[in-house]
Ligand binder design. Structure first.
Ligand code: B12
Ligand code: SF4
Length: 516
């Protein structure tokens, strides 16, 4: 008997910079499409598109959800509800946080599908249907006799990509533009991909946990067909490409751009890119011709030692040159910055916004370096986590103790800089064709204020947490913190994440500090 399955994409607890983009947050449509093709009775529920099946929980054999850090708590609550109403349902989790932190996620669900689910989920549901053991299924984690079992990693697909089955979105009714804005505070936005994975080594990025995600080119034909059907279904002409790094393989990138141009889709596109995209003027020309209006550029930091320490493999001069070349073909630049590194101070965020103003970068995000309580530290040691609630793990909030500035002061500096940047004057400038267009600037103006209000309360909480950990010169009392960490739970023994925590490596010599 085929199984009755619900696949869910839940919103995170707190607002984030992409909340106004009404689109699936993860590739739950791929999960649903492969399961329907395998003969199961599947429905997909994206909270901001077709709501959640709260009244129908008793119907499903399997309920699966995409889990990130920031939506961990909403998924936990939802799964608790399913357990109460329908104890026979199997609870599955997949997506980014389930992939790197399966131990944590197995505290709220029964089985975790790690990384790409395209093949794993089909094998898994066949095993659930036949009630056979899960041991031979690569890419799943589950509990047996109280112990967590991690089956070996599954090989990535050689050529992923498909046309999503949009009829999986039970009950979806296309809303008018006004209703999208007033009911959900955003607008429908298309989502498509030309590749998966990224081969670069940046230490702070999810792509490198568990040994990296490599690079896999998508097939071109389903990409164009998928865009066409989404244009029709959602009534949209704007697509964000969800590639971790568009342009990684220039040859493949040219082929996709040629296909978009030839298909004459009349759409606008945005993509996430490394500054390397600036090394290929012909690709930039093609992007402009294909309808790319904005590139989100991974700038991260404006100090060479920081860029080197996080293995970004780029220089500040390359950032400047890349921005100039992108702007030269008329594409807007959205700067993506990271903050919270050891040399960051009260002026770091301000320097980022100033850089954007001086270099014609029309928008930016300043993301806070985030370490996860359930994992070893990646860029900085786990014992330096100051905020253990995963609601705050979406990179808009400081969750680690910086060395030379208090967490609350750093977070405040981020929002002061952003509020100044997304000013009423910037909205006005966008009226005259500057700064990326009126709708975009108005959206950012509103959203940053919404997140800044959450941050205000969080800064107060950080002040309380950080009080004993800094000296009179606002330098972190690291020895005291090691002896009295905020995060007291040890890591579980059967953890899959086996990268070394920087705190366990030989300590780097520290400048002497005055302890109160
Ligand atoms: C593009 C992107 C976005 C886009 C759109 C997402 C989309 N899919 O279109 C936008 C801009 C909306 C976005 C927003 C945000 N993002 Co984002 N995003 C990405 C990015 C670069 C690619 C996502 C993607 O499409 N991957 C490729 C597809 C094929 O993979 P997938 O979605 O993970 O789905 C596969 C599997 O995970 C699995 N799977 C997925 N869902 C499910 C469900 C079930 C039940 C099962 C079994 C399996 C399964 O099967 C799928 C097919 O193989 C990732 C990095 C990455 N490479 O994953 C970050 C990433 C997911 N984002 C992240 C973050 C933090 C955010 C924001 C909070 C940022 C912010 N502050 O604004 C928001 C939050 C959105 C939300 N509500 O969760 C983090 C999550 C960190 C974490 N530990 O949870 C990531 C990992 C980036 C990072 N470097 O840290 N994001
Ligand atoms: S280049 Fe971008 S996507 Fe790739 S590892 Fe670095 S930050 Fe992550």
């Amino acid at each position: 008997m085929p199984l009755k399955v619900a696949i869910l994409d839940l919103e995170s607890t707190l607002p984030h910079s992409s909340s106004p983009l009404l689109q699936p947050r993860h590739d739950v449509l791929t999960v649903g499409t492969v399961l329907r093709r395998a003969g199961h009775d599947v429905e997909v529920f994206v909270e901001i598109l077709n709501g959640l099946p709260t009244e129908r929980l008793h119907e499903f054999d399997v309920v699966g959800a995409a889990v990130t850090g920031p939506n961990y708590n909403p998924v936990k609550q939802f799964f608790q509800r399913v357990r109460e109403v329908n104890p026979r349902a199997t609870l599955l989790a997949g997506g980014p946080y389930a992939s790197v932190g399966p131990n944590d996620v197995l505290n709220i669900g029964d089985i975790v599908v790690r990384e790409e689910a395209d093949v794993t989920i089909v094998e898994l549901l066949a095993a659930l249907e036949a009630d056979t053991p899960l041991d031979g299924i690569a890419g799943v984690s589950f509990k047996r006799d109280g112990r967590v079992i991690h089956n070996p990693r599954r090989q990535f697909l050689k050529e992923p990509g498909m046309v999503h089955d949009l009829t999986l979105l039970t009950g979806f009714k296309r809303l008018s533009l006004a209703t999208q804005i007033f009911k959900y505070g955003g607008v429908y936005s298309g989502q498509a991909m030309t590749s998966r994975g990224c081969p670069f080594p940046c230490t702070f990025c999810y792509e490198n946990m568990l040994g990296g995600t490599g690079f896999r080119a998508h097939a071109i034909a389903p990409f164009v067909a998928d865009i066409k059907q989404k244009m029709e279904f959602f009534g949209i002409r704007h697509f964000s490409l969800a590639d971790a790094n568009f342009g990684t393989n220039p040859k493949h990138c040219r082929e996709f751009l040629r296909a978009i141009i030839d298909a004459d889709l009349g759409c606008k596109f945005t993509a996430l890119c490394r500054v390397d995209i600036g090394h290929h003027p012909d690709i930039l020309e093609m992007m402009s011709q294909a309808g790319f209006v904005r590139v989100s550029l991974g700038m991260e930091a404006l100090e060479e030692p920081t860029l080197a320490s996080i293995e970004k493999r780029q220089t500040v001069q390359e950032i400047v040159d890349s921005v100039a070349r992108i702007r030269a073909v008329g594409i807007d630049v959205f700067g993506l910055f990271m903050i919270g590194f050891d040399d960051d101070n009260e002026n770091t965020a301000k320097a980022m916004t100033r850089f954007c103003e001086e270099n014609d970068v029309s928008a930016l995000s300043i993301f806070c370096l985030t370490e996860y309580p359930g994992l070893p530290g990646r860029t900085i040691p786990r014992y330096r986590i100051c905020e253990t609630n995963l609601d705050y793990s979406g990179a808009h909030f400081v969750n680690t103790f910086p060395k030379r500035i208090r967490p609350s002061v750093l977070e405040r500096a981020v929002y002061e800089a952003l509020l100044r940047f997304y000013s009423p004057q910037a909205v006005l400038a966008s009226l005259f064709g500057k700064k990326g267009g009126l709708a975009f600037q108005l959206g950012m103006f509103k959203q940053i204020r919404k997140i800044a209000r959450v941050s205000e309360a969080h800064q107060k909480e950080l002040e309380r947490i950080e009080a004993p950990y800094y000296d009179s010169q606002d330098r972190l009392r690291e020895d005291y913190l090691r002896a009295h960490p905020v995060l007291v739970e040890p890591l579980p023994k059967d953890l899959m994440a086996n990268w070394p925590d920087p705190g366990d490596l030989a300590p780097r010599p520290l400048a002497p500090i005055n302890i109160l």
